[in-house]
Ligand binder design. Structure first.
Ligand SMILES: Nc1nc2c(c(=O)[nH]1)N[C@H]1C(S)=C(S)[C@@H](COP(=O)(O)OP(=O)(O)OC[C@H]3O[C@@H](n4cnc5c(=O)[nH]c(N)nc54)[C@H](O)[C@@H]3O)O[C@H]1N2
Ligand SMILES: Nc1nc2c(c(=O)[nH]1)N[C@H]1C(S)=C(S)[C@@H](COP(=O)(O)OP(=O)(O)OC[C@H]3O[C@@H](n4cnc5c(=O)[nH]c(N)nc54)[C@H](O)[C@@H]3O)O[C@H]1N2
Ligand code: SF4
Ligand SMILES: [Mo]
Length: 680
């Protein structure tokens, strides 16, 4: 075993340990965890990270239930029953790793190294548990590469091309705004620490606009709510841009000095009158016009752009048009003016570049098409699937195809996990992983400007081990590393990674502090931070950007007579993606508008079938005007146990890709809904 002596000794006294939350959430809270007798007693927020402000979400307050859950994977285990049943025999670590290494080598000999596919995402992982030893191992092995596109691929490509991922407006600075536009984001569920600043702005007299197919709790407090049809944001944003130009309210001085491509953008927006955009989006034209006037005439004005608008065929173009708005209207240069999307690039590090082993030019598999890769790829077929930091059966598109792939008898699947997820049940070998309360990591917020160290507060539960140790041990078995040569314990991994960080950041987090990003975590765009494009300009019409439809080109709604309803599956307050989904009580509820329920004879709480050609989901229904007509909604991250037939929204989500960067089209499913006859 590698050196793990830096873990604090199990103290039998009561103490409070300071750490941070690395889960896939924009906030990256600072935590105070009370431990007694080596066991977690309480998890709470601390004041170390300013945006945390001493409170955290309900999910992480009860994360100890997950750490000590009866569903925790405690020991390595080898499958003994049919795939999917979750029937395993416990095995010693050495034996399990020997078996994994042997099967990887065998696959390489018989089918080539590309027949091994690592499958991970790592949204809830910091710099020690993703893209470190794992990347070294699979690169040196020559495995297929994975395009990690399940989330934020189109938004990231748009922000990179246009602004070089310039740092955004901080949560705290929302209090200075006079107009806040929340576009495709749902902060009351998905990034709660922005909320108090929005509320403060509202108290100060700011107007709030929410653009979301659902009347979310935040939308209820908004001055304007535009309940757009999913996938129509492009037209809405272009109509605002068109009006700014046509009415002479575009900021010509800013455009001339700081942007390229303004004329081409103007031409792309020319056909998007308010009337056309309102008709396409299914919204009220007067309200859209009013937003146009408010946005043109108010400063500071800030746009919180989320990820809801990216998860469809127009997601890349829509995000580009939204991000173009503050440039066209000249909203930068003042505190509380500009935009926020992902701030993950604000600390100036790039994990990928730390790893010395070069990335081989092997096959790239788009993770959104895992089902296809497992069932159709033949050159070579995938023979070994190594899943970690991910629960693909719950979270990837086209669930039934993924399931058929995982059922293949000739596929050897390794799942390295904390709990017995739906995916882990299909494993040939399960390996137990530590949680963030049992290992070190470095976590950074992609909303709040927090970069912090995550420390173990307890000893690993069972025989769980951190990722870098396990991948290093595998590398030794595969002959890629000498057994005794720099064993990668927690200390070494931490030192290696912190050495790659900018020195100021390393110094702060090394002392257990919170590094705050540019301008001490409160940058003014175009004063403290500038586009990181090569010419430091905003590229409003980046001609070379590879989009499948053409820049700012609108692709129409894929609804058909057979499947007229758009299904969306946004983040819920109960889970982080599928993490904690094991604790979701009861059968999930599909939300449906009364106008859609009535003609189908569906009443509140009825059992229903949601279906299309890809699959069906058996659940119950809540009839509510919270979703707009023509749209139904199921929560993201459901496990099989949350529906009557074990399928979730992803059984209905096509594995088609977004117009930019091969992103997932989670909100582009078209379905119908019928009452389900329940036979007793
Ligand atoms: N509690 C909790 N927090 C989370 C997560 C979680 O699962 N649970 N997930 C984390 C992760 S991985 C991410 S990426 C972020 C995501 O954070 P958000 O972007 O806030 O999350 P989503 O719920 O995907 O989408 C936001 C909103 O977009 C709306 N929407 C759907 N389709 C469209 C559309 O076409 N146009 C517009 N304008 N709106 C649309 C949805 O109704 C939803 O209210 O949240 C993170 N935080
Ligand atoms: N229908 C629908 N599906 C969606 C979305 C949607 O909006 N709608 N959103 C998508 C989005 S935004 C995202 S980001 C993806 C996320 O999808 P996933 O990447 O699958 O994320 P999680 O569901 O959180 O699963 C992460 C798993 O990694 C494990 N894990 C965590 N830390 C470690 C570690 O250190 N070591 C190891 N070995 N394992 C660890 C956790 O126990 C957990 O089971 O889901 C996507 N799926
Ligand atoms: S999930 Fe988000 S809100 Fe909850 S503790 Fe973690 S960072 Fe904070
Ligand atoms: Mo995500």
């Amino acid at each position: 075993m590698a050196d793990t002596d830096v873990r604090p000794p199990a103290s039998w006294g009561r103490s409070t340990v300071h750490t941070a939350c690395p889960l896939d959430c924009p906030d990256c809270c600072s935590l105070a965890v009370t431990v007694e007798g080596g066991r977690i007693q309480k998890i709470d927020g601390s004041h170390a990270a300013p945006s945390t402000d001493g409170f955290i979400c309900g999910k992480v307050r009860k994360f100890d239930q997950r750490v000590y859950s009866s569903e925790r994977v405690l020991y390595p285990a080898v499958r003994r029953g049919p795939k999917g049943r979750g029937d395993f025999t416990v095995a010693p670590w050495a034996e399990a790793l020997d078996l994994v290494a042997e099967r990887m080598q065998q696959a390489r000999t018989e089918f080539g190294a590309e027949s091994v596919l690592p499958f991970y995402y790592g949204g809830s992982n910091g710099f020690l548990t993703n893209d470190l030893e794992d990347a070294r191992l699979f690169r040196q092995f020559g495995a297929s590469r994975l395009a990690r596109t399940v989330c934020a691929a189109p938004t990231s490509a748009a922000a990179t091309a246009m602004y070089g991922k310039m740092a955004g407006v901080s949560y705290e600075d929302y209090a200075h705004a006079k107009l806040i536009v929340v576009w495709g984001a749902n902060p009351p569920a998905s990034g709660i620490h922005l909320m108090s600043h929005i509320k403060q702005a509202q108290k100060n007299g700011a107007r709030l606009v929410v653009i979301d197919p659902r009347r979310t709790p935040l939308a209820r407090t908004a001055d304007i709510h535009l309940p757009v049809k999913p996938g129509t944001d492009l037209g809405v944003a272009l109509s605002l841009i068109r009006d700014l130009f046509e009415s002479g309210r575009a900021d010509r001085t800013f455009l001339d000095a700081h942007t390229t491509g303004a004329d081409s953008l103007r031409a792309a927006a020319a056909s998007w009158t308010y009337a056309r955009a309102a008709a396409v989006a299914g919204i009220d034209e007067t309200q859209l016009r009013l937003l146009g006037d408010w946005y043109a005439n108010t400063s500071p004005a800030v746009i919180r752009c989320g990820w809801g608008q990216e998860r469809n065929r127009n997601g890349g173009a829509a995000t580009m048009a939204i991000l173009a708005l503050p440039a066209v209207a000249g909203k930068f240069g003042v505190r509380g003016g500009g935009y926020t999307m992902s701030n993950s690039a604000a600390y100036g590090q790039a994990a990928e570049s730390w790893i010395k082993s070069p990335a081989p030019e092997t096959r790239v598999v788009n993770m959104n098409q895992l089902g296809r890769a497992l069932t159709e790829y033949n050159d070579p077929p995938v023979k070994v699937l190594f899943v970690y930091n991910c629960n693909p059966l719950a979270t990837m598109p086209d669930q039934n195809r993924v399931k058929r792939g995982l059922e293949r008898e000739d596929l050897f699947t390794v799942v390295f996990e904390q709990t017995m997820t739906d995916s882990a049940k299909y494993a040939d070998v399960v390996l137990p992983a530590t949680t963030f309360l049992e290992h070190y990591d470095l976590a950074r917020g992609y909303g709040a400007y927090h970069f912090q160290i995550v420390q173990p507060v307890i000893e690993p539960v069972g025989e769980a081990r951190p990722n870098h140790e396990v991948f290093r041990e595998l590398a030794v078995r595969l002959g890629q590393h000498e057994a005794e040569e720099d064993p990668l314990g927690q200390t070494e991994a931490l030192l290696e990674v912190t050495a790659q960080l900018p020195r100021e950041i390393a110094a702060i987090i090394g002392d257990g502090g919170v590094a705050r990003g540019p301008a001490n975590g409160a940058p003014i765009q175009f004063a403290d931070v500038h586009p990181k494009t090569p010419d430091q300009k905003v590229h409003l019409f980046p001609e070379d950007l590879p989009t499948t439809a053409g820049l700012y080109a609108f692709q129409p709604d894929p609804a058909t007579d057979a499947y007229p309803l758009a299904l969306i599956s946004p983040a819920s307050a109960h889970t982080v993606s599928s993490t904690l989904g094991e604790f979701r009580p009861g059968i999930a509820r599909l939300k449906m508008h009364p106008d859609d329920a009535r003609p189908r004879g569906i009443e509140d709480a009825d059992p229903v079938r949601v279906f299309n050609t890809l699959g069906e989901v058996w659940c119950e229904v809540t009839i509510t005007p919270e979703v707009r007509p023509g749209v139904v909604s199921l929560p993201k991250g459901l496990w099989a146990r949350s529906t009557e037939n074990g399928a979730s929204s992803n059984a209905l989500v096509p594995d088609t890709l977004t117009d930019l960067a091969g992103g997932a089209c989670f909100n582009d499913a078209r379905v119908d809904v019928a009452i389900r006859k329940v036979v007793n």
